[in-house]
Ligand binder design. Structure first.
Ligand SMILES: [Zn+2]
Length: 473
């Protein structure tokens, strides 16, 4: 009854500051205010906060999410809208996602890194996700507030919401570089000679949905208007977008739905615009799972004109990775080895900018070893074995700066563009401010073709014999 009174008294309030709450184990959600839902809410002993624009705002903990799901009450996560009021001295990690970062946890960690290492680390708000969360880049370089004539690299994580480890590996790279800059001469050399751009979380809306609502969520949270949600961000890039219905789907309910047009989603637009302004020399996009290194093309099983170079870099990275924990990352051309994709990021970065572009499918190797669920204890070892490959690609980019893999076509465009580049206001702004997974079998070429045509290579042939896994990653 007390809750009911609170609810009534807050009807007219626009906003209630939240200082008194224990933020860390709570989130704020909103649900549509209709009679039936309100009646259910009243019976659920929830912490009702306020009412606004015909939605009821509620402070919830983990058990409350279960209650809501049991009652089939749809809700929107609103915590991020209250962010300025929840800045407190709290531990960086915890909650139902354990040591994996939520959006808010990542935001805090990025800003903390910028505070602690302001001479070499800078957080840049690239723009908003569909639901209004910030998509952050962490830029690491000497003279980090200047745009220097240096090699630039791009590391991105979490196109796909359920691939939580793909957030952790890029952010750990950022941490490693800033924390070792003063004491490790190799790190200092690399950081001084290039500009490293890290976007650990491209799909924050999807990640939050995966944490709080449906662990297997993959896409962003686009309301497709037909009752389905989500566009597969890694099918939404313009290069050969929608080429066929095998590498992506025209159907909104599909987990590989490509969207209504190339770059229809704000998240991919942000990548497109960043690349137009920068001068990236190499790219890794992190996903999981499979434990493989893939390079273009993804849309066809035909090799690129740079197949040999792409393959050689992948082989070098794989060897370095294996030397850490003994884990083998097989490698090969995406379209020949896994399954066909179109509208993917690395086809676009390679096809448009002609730069070495890799999809790195992090461990585990298959569903039997955990699929999308890595243990918290796996985060650090997985990063540790990926680190030398990251450093290798950074070093490769420094060594090859100005040449590229196709200098005759690259120089003019890149340096012509670059002459006009300024550190734009947009980037100068300091950061302040389910059902799926069915019917993916037919998309998996790896399984179907493996015995005779798979060209994934590894140093120990046959290590991939237990390829039981058919999920789209
Ligand atoms: Zn993925």
């Amino acid at each position: 009854m007390k809750k009911a009174i609170l609810f009534v008294t807050t009807f007219c309030l626009v906003f209630i500051p939240l200082e008194a709450q224990d933020y860390w184990n709570t989130e704020i959600i909103s649900v549509a205010k209709d009679q039936e839902t309100v009646k259910k809410l009243m019976e659920m002993d929830l912490d009702l906060l306020m009412e606004r624009n015909n939605r009821v705002y509620i402070i919830v903990g983990f058990n409350d999410f279960l209650k809501l799901q049991k009652e089939n009450i749809p809700y929107i996560l609103e915590t991020f809208n209250f962010y300025p009021y929840k800045q407190k001295e709290i531990s960086l990690q915890g909650g139902i996602n354990g040591r994996y970062h939520s959006y808010a946890e990542l935001e805090r960690e990025l800003l903390a890194l910028q505070d602690s290492y302001s001479h070499i680390a800078r957080v840049i708000d690239l723009g908003d996700s569909l639901e209004g969360r910030n998509i952050y880049a962490l830029k690491i370089s000497d003279n980090v507030y200047q745009d220097e004539q240096e090699a630039e690299l791009f590391f991105v994580g979490c196109h796909h919401a359920r691939e939580w480890i793909s957030v952790e590996v890029p952010i750990l790279l950022g941490k490693y570089l800033v924390e070792n800059y003063e004491t490790n001469s190799q790190v200092k050399d690399l950081v001084d000679q290039c500009e490293i751009w890290i976007v650990p979380l491209l799909n924050p809306d999807g990640l939050e949905y995966s944490i709080h609502f449906y662990r297997y969520w993959r896409k962003n949270r686009r309301d497709n208007g037909d009752g389905s949600f989500g566009v597969d961000l890694n099918r939404n890039y313009s290069f050969n977008w929608g080429l066929d219905n095998e590498g992506s789907s025209p159907f909104p309910s599909s987990i590989v739905y490509r969207g209504t047009s190339p770059f229809s989603e704000p998240e991919t637009q942000i990548i497109r615009d960043l690349f137009a302004e920068r001068n990236f020399q190499a790219v890794i996009s992190y996903h999981n799972y499979s434990q493989v290194i893939l390079y273009p093309w993804g849309y066809t099983n035909q090799p690129t004109a740079e197949d040999q170079l792409l393959d050689q870099i992948a082989a070098d990275m794989s060897g370095l990775m294996q030397s850490v924990n003994g884990n083998i990352y097989e490698y090969g051309q995406a379209g020949a080895d896994l399954y066909l994709t179109n509208g993917g990021m690395i086809d676009w970065t390679f096809g448009t900018y002609n730069i070495p572009s890799y999809t790195l499918e992090l461990p585990p190797i298959d569903e039997e070893h955990g699929g999308f669920f890595n243990a918290e204890e796996d985060i650090q070892p997985i990063f540790n074995e990926n680190l030398p490959a990251m450093l290798y690609l950074i070093d490769w980019s420094v060594q090859n700066f100005g040449s590229g893999i196709n200098p005759s076509t690259r120089r003019e465009r890149r340096y012509g563009l670059r002459a006009n580049l300024k550190d734009k206001t947009q980037y100068g702004r300091e950061a302040r401010d389910g059902r799926e997974d069915k019917a993916t079998t037919q998309n998996s070429k790896l399984k179907a073709n493996e015995p005779k045509t798979s060209s994934i290579k590894s140093k120990t042939a046959g290590s991939r014999s237990k390829k039981t896994d058919i999920r789209i990653k």
